[in-house]
Design a binder for this molecule. Structure first.
Ligand code: ASP
Length: 286
């Protein structure tokens, strides 16, 4: 048993400071929503609820407000993993559905597959009564402008994620993103890949953000979760330093351990985040 249920939420690592304050406020709301569920509920429910809040926040790159591909389309990725059962569910290149994390959760509950993509993911969502949105209702004008005039050499970030520990000692992780603005259609980063951008086991849960190709190649979240001899903060920092020095890749991650120890690290200008424990004020940062 754990006597310290906790949720940690991130709003993505990025080079730009625009929108950081809004993302911090959204992270606080998401952490509060997750913490309310942890008062008797499961870590799995808490991370899904927290990510759902951030998918509704237009400042975040997930759900409404997500970035666009080079073709000007939405391709949404999300993953959720239950550390207690090692079950997971994910979607990638999902078209306009407001809450990709709910579809990922349905993939987990279904249990047949770990990942569904594109049209198949949309068909699966439709069969489970998730309603697609009109793409224009989820696309912000600034996202269209971004692919017309990209800011060279910078990464906007704002992918979202959450890790939680519940009162029964169970861990869960969830991540949701529109990917990286202006990338080739069909490109999938680390976020929806188990062990890359999202991972949870009985000991640790981790959600990553940043240059997805490098995080995937490094099996980033799996590495941090399995590195259990090392303090989670030290493991998070070591991995990010290694990604920067060996792959010229930057980003950030959050990791939570069953003991209640956590790690929050970034190698970009900011990573809005919030931490909520039961009965205490939410702690936030960038
Ligand atoms: N990791 C995400 C991806 O590569 C992007 C991000 O976190 O900003 O799709």
């Amino acid at each position: 048993m754990s006597d310290s249920p906790m949720i940690v939420v991130h709003g993505g690592a990025g080079d730009w400071l625009d929108g950081t304050a809004t993302a911090v406020v959204a992270c606080i709301r998401a952490a509060q929503e997750g913490a309310a569920i942890l008062d008797g509920g499961s870590a799995l429910d808490a991370v899904v609820a927290a990510v759902r809040v951030l998918e509704d926040e237009p400042a975040c790159n997930a759900g409404t407000g997500a970035v666009l591909t080079a073709n000007g389309t939405l391709e949404l990725d999300a993953c959720v993993m239950d550390g207690a059962t090692l079950q997971s569910g994910a979607v990638a290149c999902l078209p306009a559905f407001p809450h990709p994390i709910d579809v990922a959760r349905a993939v987990l509950e279904d249990g047949s597959y770990h990942l569904l993509v594109a049209d198949g993911a949309a068909q699966f969502a439709g069969e489970r009564s998730f309603r697609p949105a009109a793409p224009d209702s989820m696309i912000l004008p600034e996202r269209r402008a971004e692919i017309e005039c990209p800011r060279s050499g910078t990464h906007a970030g704002n992918t979202v994620g959450a890790v939680a520990l519940d009162g029964a000692g169970r861990l869960a992780a969830a991540t949701s993103t529109g990917g990286i603005a202006g990338t080739y259609p069909g490109r999938v980063g680390d976020s929806p890949i188990v062990g890359a951008g999202t991972y949870a086991n009985a000991k640790r849960a981790c959600s990553c953000t940043g240059a997805g190709e490098a995080f995937a190649r490094a099996c980033a979240s799996f590495w941090v979760a399995e590195c259990d001899g090392e303090d989670p903060q030290a493991a998070a920092s070591a991995l990010l330093q290694q990604l920067r020095s060996e792959m010229s890749a930057t980003g950030g991650l959050i990791v939570l351990e069953r003991t209640g120890r956590l790690g929050i690290a970034r190698t970009m200008a900011s990573m809005p985040h919030a931490i909520a424990t039961l009965g205490n004020p939410v702690v936030s940062g960038t």
